[in-house]
Design a binder for this molecule. Structure first.
Ligand code: CO8
Length: 260
């Protein structure tokens, strides 16, 4: 699929995916969502030597200012439900991606943009970033997982306040409330994101994928997260990577993981 709304760049196995509709503050229209689906379902899994993905927004102002409100006018109840379900499925692809996906939030992350950042495994923001779920301003509720994930990150008290008032959180407040891993000026934020991907890529790949699965299981109410952890732990101890990692530790050398 040729991408028109995503710019894909990067080196050394670290892909930088830039949402690229700066005139619309990178709002998620259906074309961008289709490209995100293709990227995470079809393209990225086949890329040799992929270590991880950094998602960011083009321009000075926004990471993503939400779903594209201009496409909403055509929605009815059924179409709205279908669109929310499809969007949630795309964000699950990101949350369940077996390699780290880091959101580098460089401005507004509102509505679907905040939801996109929350679906990533880690979040680094610049000081200008602003987070919020302003859907109630439009007579909507979040549809891409925002009501659930905001509570997961912030706790019920602060999440309820933001969801009901549509207030925005500054980057500093988002850090304080547990939504962010770090706040740094743009250049340093990108350097940290790359360093984090590289650091994670040096660990056992199966262990990283299984850790992501186990973390996600904590939030799946039909799955017992502790049981999931037991099963995933067993799967990692059966790998050659685990034997290599343990041997390298004992022999005081760097492990040479093969992802098996
Ligand atoms: N959709 C479409 N276009 C947008 C969006 C958006 N979400 N946000 C900004 N734009 C466009 C503006 O229309 C404007 O375009 P134009 O120049 O053609 O008029 C351009 O981007 C620049 O925007 P502003 O002039 O408004 O810039 P400001 O600096 O004055 O304001 C804000 C920046 C505060 C970010 C403001 O643009 C804003 O409030 N945007 C909307 C934010 C919002 O409400 N987001 C939530 C949308 S709803 C949502 O995300 C639901 C997700 C789940 C959907 C589930 C399926 C149904």
């Amino acid at each position: 699929m040729p991408y028109t709304n995503l710019l894909i760049d990067g080196q050394d196995g670290i892909l930088i995916v830039t949402l690229n509709r700066p005139k619309a503050l990178n709002a998620l229209n259906s074309k961008t969502m289709a490209e995100l689906r293709h990227f995470f379902a079809e393209d990225a899994p086949k890329r040799e030597g992929l270590k991880g993905v950094i998602l960011t927004g083009a321009g000075e102002k926004a990471f993503v200012a939400g779903a594209d409100i201009k496409e909403f006018l055509a929605l009815d109840a059924q179409k709205g439900q279908d669109m929310a379900r499809q969007g949630q499925d795309i964000f699950f692809l990101i949350e369940r991606f077996p390699k780290p996906v880091i959101a580098l939030v460089n401005g507004f992350a509102l509505g679907g943009g905040c939801e996109l950042a929350m679906a990533c495994h880690l979040r680094i923001a610049t000081p200008e970033a602003r987070f919020g779920q302003p859907e109630v301003n439009l007579g909507l509720i979040p549809g891409y997982g925002g009501t659930q994930r905001l509570i997961q990150y912030l706790g019920k008290t602060k999440a309820t306040e933001l969801l009901l008032t549509a207030d925005m959180l500054s980057a500093e407040d988002a850090l304080r409330h547990g939504l962010l891993n770090a706040v740094l000026p743009a250049g340093e934020a990108m350097e940290l994101a790359k360093k984090m991907v590289a650091k994670i890529a040096a660990k056992g790949p199966v262990a990283i994928a299984k850790t992501i699965e186990a973390i996600n299981a904590y939030f799946q109410y039909d799955v017992d997260g502790f049981e999931k952890e037991v099963a995933a732990f067993g799967e990692t101890t059966g790998t050659a990577d685990f034997r290599e990692g343990a041997a390298a530790f004992i022999e005081k050398r760097k492990p040479d993981f093969k992802g098996q």
